[in-house]
Every structure is written in C-alpha cells, then in structure tokens.
Design a protein around this ligand. Sequence first.
Ligand code: NAD
Length: 380
Amino acid sequence: MNRAKVAASDHRNSHHWSLATTENTSRHASTSERVPGRPVASADHGAAIDSFSVKILVTGGAGFIGSNFVRRTLEDAYPGLEGAEVVVYDALTYSGNPANLASVAGSSRFTFVQADIRDAGALDDVLPGIDAVVHFAAESHVDRSVRDSGIFVETNVLGTQRLLDASLRAGIERFVHVSTDEVYGSIAEGSWDETRALEPNSPYSASKAGSDLLARSYFRTHGMNLSITRCSNNYGPYHFPEKVIPLFVTNLIDGLHVPLYGTGENIRDWLHVDDHTRGIAMVLTRGRAGETYNIGGGTELTNRELTEKLLDATGRDWSYVDKVDDRKGHDLRYSVDIGKIQSELGYAPLVPFDRGLADVVQWYRDNRSWWEPLKARAAL
Ligand code: NAD
C-alpha cells in the first residue's frame, strides 16, 4: 500500500492536549506525565480535555459523517474544541469524497492525508504530534456486506486494530471509536442500553462489533483513554446516494422509481448527522474512558412511513415505489436508549425530524452537481 499523501499544512507542529478535571473527571494527567509510546490515561479516568490547540486525526473524514464532524469542528461549533486543528486521514474509497471538505480545505487548521487505516507505516508517519483520534473510517453499507463481506472485515476489524496499535505506539491521549446501534442486533420492543450483549446480524454489523470489542480491549489491556459511540441511522447533507434517504430523494426528484424492501415494516430511529457529531464531540471532550455511549435521534419510523414522507416532500405518489425482495437477514427494529449520554453529558437531539428531512430534500435539490457523479460511480 502507498504511504500517506500529505496535502495542505504540515501536521506535525507541536500543540498541547492536556487532560483536565471536570465534573465527570475524577483524576487528571498533564502532558508532562506523558510517556512516549504509552497512553496517559488509565482504566477508570475521566477523559475530559482542555481544548486549546488540540490536533485531532479524523479517520474517514471525507465520508458522510466524518466530514460533518470536520466541518463543524473547524466552524468551532463544539464547546471544548474551539481552535482545534484537524487532520483528515482517509483512503478515499468509493464513498470518500474530497468535495465533502471543500468548504474547509482552505483553512490553516486543516490537513488532508490520503492513506489507508490498514497501512501501519502510513499511520506511524502521521500519528506523532496528534493528540486525539476520532475513528469514523469504515465500510458502511449493509447491502454491500451481504454481497461481499471480505473488505468489511479487512477495513473495519483489521483496519481498526492497525489504527489502535499505531495510536498506542504514538501515545495518543484520547481515542473515540465511532460505531453503530446495529451491533446490538434487532429488538422487537423496548430499547438497548449500552450493557446489552452484542448480537449483530449482518456481516457489516458483525465487523463493527468486532472493532468495538477490539477497541474495548485496548482500554482494558493497555489503559487507552478510549470511548465508543453507537448511533442510530443518520441522515443529512453529503450522504452518499446509495443509502435509503438520499437514494429515494434523488430518484424521486428525477421521477425515477424507488425500491422498498419487503413489507416496509422495518423500523429505524433517525438521527440528524449534526446531532450525531455533536454527541461525538461531547464524548470526545467529556466522555469517560472505557465507556460506551449510545447516540439516538428519537424518531422511530417504519420504512413505509419514511417513504410516505419522502413521497410527500418530492410531490410523488406510491406508483413510484417498487416492492423488492427483502434484504437477507434484514433487522426488524433498532432502538437505542440514550439515557446515559443524556444524564452524563447533557446530550439531546435538537433537529426535529420533519424540519431536518425538509432541509435535506432541499439540499439535494440544490446540490445536483454533488450527487450526480456519485450515483454513476455507485452504479445504482
Ligand atoms: P461513509 O461510507 O460515508 O464514509 C466512510 C469513509 O471512510 C469514507 O470517506 C472512506 O473513504 C473512508 N474509508 C473507508 N475505508 C477506509 C480505509 N481502509 N482507510 C481509510 N479510510 C477509509 O460512512 P459514514 O456513513 O460516514 O459512517 C461513518 C462511521 O459511522 C462508520 O464507522 C459507520 O460504521 C458509522 N455509522 C454510520 C451510520 C449511518 O447511518 N451512516 C450509522 C451508525 C454508525
């Protein structure tokens, strides 16, 4: 594999990242306690950070959710991360897109590195001088994992292991592993809290569960200052048009049919990407080491109900919907209990679904030049 291609400013300038005491932090360490190649925080420490001049490596930062986190961080949208520098580390697979970062590419606080998380040498080149890692990079589309699971294991499991190892070697002080509620499986009633056993049903969610367990082991074994987030289904701008909302919106805008799996009774909890990344920033700055935090949006809809809303928003009717064979192993319902992140970190979803969806439909109407080439690329 190729070594990292580094663009924009040199990411190795030295900056401070210090662990600070907050209500959620029982102890703190200063950068002077840091031993090269060893993590600073140990098992039960709080993870709160002091924001000035921190340098954050964002894997998968050219994707849908990672790029939102990067844009919002560089807009200083997150308390505790004002002034942070961001290094995006992304292999630019089919779903990675530099256009997602166009609005911040000129920032002196932004650096882009094109490299693969499976490439230990490239990671060793880039990680020195980084204070925190937020790990989004993954193969993320369930349908693709049903067709071919190999790359999911390579990227999501092996890639995460390489990244964790390299972070350990570099003495990274804070690590957030971004995961999914799909690791819990499917739940007919009630909601999962973070202590639920993992029962993933698709190769995608199984590979994410594997990466979650590896991440947890680096906290338990090596004392890495690491937290895990598990979110529900995201929607928002810059969403690759193979996922249900952007696929349906872009097809319906163009008067094309949309495929609805099975009876359409599967239920998903929808989370605006702005709410998701705000929750991640809270976990990064104030979450406890070794802990997992669910992040949800609080809007459960069947796929039929979602389709109805999208038909309404685009002025189409049910004649545009083709019933297709159900996805193999299709999970019936996901539902996360977000009580922990609410009570510990004060998180609540802020974007009402109907407003968020209307904005997204408008965004796709206004940004055809962004999504048209992607639909061709995904061979939809
Ligand atoms: P995405 O597919 O839009 O982006 C993934 C990014 O990772 C891309 O930029 C891609 O180029 C990069 N990448 C892939 N393989 C890589 C590799 N080997 N090395 C370096 N970079 C690589 O995905 P997303 O929807 O933004 O999801 C981001 C994270 O959030 C993933 O970990 C996913 O499992 C998780 N998640 C997503 C959702 C959702 O609704 N989209 C829900 C729950 C969790």
